[in-house]
Design a protein. Structure first.
Lengths: 164, 185
């Protein structure tokens, strides 16, 4: 291994004790003979390891817990609808996005069922459509209507005569 | 960090504020420490700590004990702190250039530390100020909290090689800064 590769391993795995034993032995063997890499380890420890040692654990001031407590209390006393929604939501052991998707699907299904035309109205729609189809088809002269008295005879206008 | 029993977590998730306070007492030290080292501002650290605990309270019912509670809290803390730092950086970017920002941050840290404590913490603050939030989080978790690469990867939900790369880049920056100062911190 050359110095570049050795330095790359030193700066991460070797320094953090994450390196496997074989590589560790190889690096240490290299360090015995390479003054430049030895210096690199020394400077690295001095600049990027030592300052982190004995880093103090900071303690939050008491006001932080009081603020958290107040925020929780405020959340609890939020509007009635919010609480009802939370209770319904709590009944279903699913994540919020899944709950929202399920609610949308349920609403869409209910809407579809409610808006679906009844059997009678569907018959009326079909009869109306058939009438319309027959009327349009009657414009074509080859068409023989089911009821001849309903055949398209034209309105007898000049413009009709010109085009037809 | 103090041990937190499963019962306390369950009680807290059901809305028991006393149980939640026990959790707060056990983990607030490291939450606040990480937040402070990520921002080096007491006000920001307090804001982050509050956000973290409100998130914990809100999401406790979803904690399924499949991973360690500590890892879960670490993850929330680091994510909130990184997002906060990035948001702050974006806000400041609109007004000043990056170099000025680093100078300002270093000056702010120096000012902050003068009023509270000096020495090693001051050096640490100026070192962390030259790193970006992602690198800072990795350095704090590794060098201060003592997490392994695997634990950092799990906490931040990133690849172990990404952890390696972030630590490498962070240390290269620190080393470069150290050499530019002629071997002084």
């Amino acid at each position: 291994m050359n110095c570049k590769k050795i330095k790359e391993l030193i700066i991460t795995d070797y320094l953090d004790g994450e390196i496997d034993l074989t590589l560790k032995k190889e690096i240490e063997g290299h360090l015995k003979v390479c003054n430049q890499c030895r210096q690199f380890v020394q400077v690295l420890r001095q600049s990027a390891v030592e300052p982190f040692k004995d880093a103090k654990r900071n303690v939050p001031p008491e006001s932080v817990w009081r603020n958290i407590e107040n925020a929780i209390e405020q959340q609890r006393t939020k509007n009635v609808f919010g609480n009802i929604a939370d209770k319904i939501y709590a009944l279903f052991p699913v994540r919020k996005p899944a709950f929202v998707v399920a609610t949308i699907i349920a609403i869409a299904l209910i809407t579809l069922i409610v808006m679906r035309p009844s059997f009678d109205s569907r018959n009326a729609i079909n009869a109306h459509l058939n009438e319309q189809i027959e009327f349009l088809a009657a414009i074509n002269s080859d068409y023989e209507p089911a009821y001849p008295d309903m055949a398209y005879t034209g309105l007898g206008t000049n413009i009709e005569e010109y085009f037809l | 960090m103090q041990d937190i029993s499963k019962n306390i977590i369950i009680h807290a998730s059901e809305g028991d504020l006393n149980a939640f306070e026990s959790i707060y007492n056990a983990v607030s030290g490291f939450v606040y420490s990480i937040a402070y080292k990520m921002t080096y501002s007491r006000e920001d650290a307090q804001e982050i700590t509050q956000d973290v605990f409100l998130k914990i309270y809100k999401n406790l019912k979803w904690f399924r004990f499949q991973s360690s509670f500590t890892t879960w809290v670490y993850r929330i803390t680091v994510n909130v702190a990184i997002n906060f730092s990035k948001r702050r950086a974006r806000e400041q970017e609109k007004m000043i250039t990056y170099k000025d920002d680093v100078k300002l941050k270093t000056a702010a840290i120096a000012k902050e530390e003068k009023t509270h404590k000096a020495g090693n913490e001051e050096i640490l603050g100026s070192l962390l100020a030259i790193l970006n939030p992602d690198q800072r989080a990795c350095m704090i978790l590794r060098n201060i909290e003592g997490l392994s690469y695997k634990e950092i990867a799990k906490t931040l939900k990133i690849n172990i090689n990404t952890v390696r790369t972030r630590l490498k880049r962070a240390r290269e920056k620190i080393l470069d800064n150290f050499q530019k100062r002629g071997g002084k911190q």
